[in-house]
Design a protein around this ligand. Sequence first.
Ligand SMILES: N[C@@H](CCC(=O)N[C@@H](CS)C(=O)NCC(=O)O)C(=O)O
Length: 209
Amino acid sequence: MELHGYFRSSASYRVRIGLYLKGLDFDYRAVNLLKNEQRGEEYTRLNPQGLVPALVDGQQVLTQSLAILEWLDETHPQPALLPTAPLERARIRALSYGIACDIQPVQNLRILRYLQSEYGLTDEQKVDWIRHWIHEGFVALENQLNPSPFAAGEQPGLLECCLIPQIYSSERFGMDIAEYPAIHRIMLACNEIPAFIKARPENQPDSTI
Ligand SMILES: N[C@@H](CCC(=O)N[C@@H](CS)C(=O)NCC(=O)O)C(=O)O
């Protein structure tokens, strides 16, 4: 498999965690978002949306990080990213979508660039914007987390694949995760797990470019 992504992209980071949790081998193909390579002809042949990540498996191209993670879970069931009981699966999906559909999209590069070019937002205003939406999302998430080590119990899964990259983004913008104790506890537990360590942005080959 080939993962096309960018070291700082939270959606790419989600998929890296999933691949490493499942112990799957893949080649990493860096797509430099700052150079707009995601909009170039070569990459948009893989994903016409011009967004990373894309996962290539033989002749198949998969896009949308959550669809990729669920596909990985269906094709490589162990260790599972989702619980087995339908209601628990729905709960973990809801928490994960809360991050991937409601927090992350409004702070995406193209949104920030548009806010700057069309509405003249300064860098400081963009940081306020980002923090505002993350804080609102994290407060809601915090109130929905159980006191077990991970969102679904003893093992990390889909929610942690989404949460750890979102925490990385929030820390980049100066937020203090200790303000959200349940989220903080999950973060500390994930920080000990090799899959999460390998997936970190600073451990990717394009982090030094
Ligand atoms: N819903 C998509 C979001 C993908 C996405 O937003 N990717 C960002 C990086 S995290 C991107 O490629 N941004 C490029 C841009 O905004 O131009 C997914 O989960 O895969």
